[in-house]
Design a protein around this ligand. Structure first.
Ligand code: URA
Length: 190
């Protein structure tokens, strides 16, 4: 009998994926986690070292900062769904190559999006924005603006790893702007 595709089933399939070279170097497939009925979907670039070790997205230093950003705006991490463009760690955390990006989004992210059907998508950083906007973009130019992707609200924000490299909190700094941005997201969720 036909079994309706669920996120769990999709995750189980993804765990055996060998569609690109990242399969050879990964420890774990980091499919994504969170509320399958989330209103808000947060998408990063790809797993780092801690994520690869644990199989969970955004649990390393950048993830801890993401937790603080969400907490500051009163958004519970458990209420959202968190995933990545590529599900396997690129060696030395390099940017995913175009064929890795294409294979992984075609096989997994597209389907995740269909199953979750979020109301708001927050792509973190330039790589995640590239998927939704279909071209390379400067995150500095597009962050903090409401856009639309296939009828879903899109609100690009800086990647927390970028904020770790730019820790100033002065007015107009990436961190300061991010605190403003996440409050805008929270407002849209209420
Ligand atoms: N950076 C990302 O883009 N994703 C993670 O899951 C962790 C760090």
């Amino acid at each position: 009998m036909f079994e309706a595709m669920s996120l769990d089933l999709l995750a189980a399939q993804a765990r055996t994926c060998t569609a690109c070279r990242l399969a050879a170097t990964r420890i774990n497939v980091v499919f994504g986690e969170g509320n399958p009925d989330a209103q808000l979907l947060i998408i990063g670039e790809g797993p780092g070292e801690e994520e690869d070790k644990t199989g969970r997205p955004f649990v390393g230093k950048a993830g801890q900062l993401l937790d603080k950003i969400l907490e500051a705006a009163g958004i519970a991490r458990e209420s959202v769904y968190i995933g990545n463009i590529v599900k396997c760690r690129p060696p030395n955390n390099r940017v995913p190559l175009p064929d890795e990006f294409k294979a992984c989004t075609t096989l997994w992210l597209n389907k995740q999006l269909e199953l979750i059907q979020p109301q708001i998508i927050v792509p973190l950083g330039a790589t995640a924005c590239e998927y939704f906007l279909g071209e390379k973009v400067s995150i500095t130019k597009i962050r903090g603006q409401w856009m639309e992707w296939q009828g879903i609200k899109l609100f690009p924000m800086f990647h927390p790893a970028y904020l770790l490299r730019n820790p100033a909190r002065t007015p107009g700094s990436p961190k300061h702007l991010t605190w403003i941005d996440i409050q805008e997201v929270k407002k849209a969720l209420d």
